[in-house]
Unconditional design. Sequence first.
Length: 86
Amino acid sequence: MSETRVVVEVMLKPEILDPQGRAVKGAFARLGFEGVADIRQGKRFELTIEGELTADRMAALETLAGTLLCNPVIEDYRIVSVEGAA
């Protein structure tokens, strides 16, 4: 049976402050790495879907990503199908 790997990337909306990203940016500067204008931290979920990724299954993933994997009030998400999953 074929499989498809799907990645759901979740990031805070641009207008939401990101204290973890800010802390990492400060650490970069303390470690001597200059020139980083901004850092935003997010979440990444990798799913392996059995069988074909149909339009109906993608719609179900959209619903799950928008309700379970992210908080739509403060986060945005995107779903990417990764080619070559075995």
